[in-house]
Write a protein that binds this ligand. Structure first.
Ligand code: NAP
Length: 324
């Protein structure tokens, strides 16, 4: 089968489309024929090792230990392992297989069945592949860490990318009043996704307006933590999902300290893929409350271009790799 492999860290040029052996599912796994995958910042970090943490936290100090790439997947079950009971050959599934070793940028991949769920019936494979990592991150950031409540004022910074486009819609589905922060050309899009207010970050700094929010989900960009704190209501919650490395380190290191005084809570999110949240997303998608936003689709042979485009940091929703 054909698969994307990389044997050294670097820019997207280092990846290769190779003929490799088709995998065989372990007992708790299923073999999936991949129809579509989506690209995440996660893949970019693994490829480029742009943070030393990738190398330190098991990615491989000098070169990648795991040569496979791709976490998000949508496809059809081809075979099931000895103890896999949830799916049958022919089932259409989607999921985030990062915890099962990656490898969705390929014609076939094996994944633990508890990381997959049946694909939403109303979605194409491309649309379904857009969902898992970005939507579950948005869901867990808003619901679990952000404790979102109906009627709350919620601000999403970085609202126009993969996580952000889902976050706007998921926050609306919880009944929140949503403010989306993005650049000029994406204001109409975030409004069309349901945002009540849109702020153009190239023209206005939302941390300087004097307005306060019950929940801020920081997905992209950078503001000092003290500025985020200023933009929170007295019992508000700041959840850092992503952004610049400075943002990530500040939230992880200083967030707990800054939460010790006053009622405001500040912290970072570490999303965990799971089947229960995929099923919740499937319900929202089938009900039409959430719609994946797809920017571009690339064939598997152009996966390097897909990664390059994502790496520029200005995708409008999700970037897809179509395999079949
Ligand atoms: N914590 C976790 O568990 C977790 C899980 C998944 C992802 N993440 C992280 O979440 C982050 C976002 O992921 P993603 O999939 O949404 O990435 P993405 O799709 O690449 O995000 C691109 C978007 O970021 C926006 N953006 C760029 N600079 C901005 C700025 N200064 N202010 C506001 N928006 C800005 C761009 O909008 P414009 O073009 O309008 O600038 C673009 O729409 C990444 O850092 C990723 O590593 C974390």
């Amino acid at each position: 089968m054909k698969a994307i492999v990389y044997t050294k860290y670097g820019p997207p040029d280092v990846i290769e489309l190779k003929e490799i052996e088709k995998p065989t599912p372990k007992d708790d796994e299923v073999l999936v024929k991949v129809h579509a995958a989506s690209v995440n910042a996660y893949d970019w970090h693994l490829l480029t090792a742009d943070s030393f943490l990738v190398r330190l936290m098991g990615g491989g100090l000098l070169k990648p230990k795991n040569t496979k790439l791709g976490a998000d997947i949508a496809g059809r079950v081809e075979a099931v392992g000895g103890n896999a009971r949830q799916f049958q050959p022919g089932d259409e599934v989607f999921g985030d297989i990062a915890e099962s070793g990656n490898g969705s940028f390929a014609e076939f991949v094996c994944a633990r069945e508890n990381l997959l769920a049946l694909k939403p019936v109303n979605l194409s494979f491309e649309e379904a592949a857009a969902v898992p990592m970005a939507a579950v991150t948005a869901l867990q950031g808003l619901r679990d860490q952000g404790q979102i409540q109906p009627g709350q004022k919620v601000l999403i910074n970085g609202a126009s990318g993969g996580v952000g486009t889902f976050a706007v819609q998921i926050a609306k589905s919880f009944g929140a009043e949503v403010t989306a922060v993005c650049s000029t050309g994406k204001m109409d899009m975030v409004r069309s996704l349901g945002a009540d207010h849109a702020i153009d970050y190239t023209k206005q700094d939302f941390t300087q307006t004097g307005l306060q929010y019950d929940l801020i989900l920081a997905v992209n960009g950078y503001h000092p933590l003290s500025a985020y704190k200023r933009a929170l209501s007295p019992t508000g919650i700041y959840v850092m999902a992503g952004g610049s490395f400075a943002q990530i380190f500040q939230a992880m290191l200083l967030g707990p300290l800054m939460s010790q005084t006053g009622g405001r809570k500040m912290g970072g999110l570490s999303a965990r893929p799971n089947q229960k949240d995929l099923v919740i997303m499937r319900e929202l998608l089938e009900a039409g409350k959430v719609v994946p936003v797809i920017d571009r689709c690339y064939p598997l042979s152009e996966a390097a271009d897909a990664l390059r485009y994502l790496g520029e940091g200005h995708a409008r929703g999700k970037v897809i790799i179509t395999v079949k």
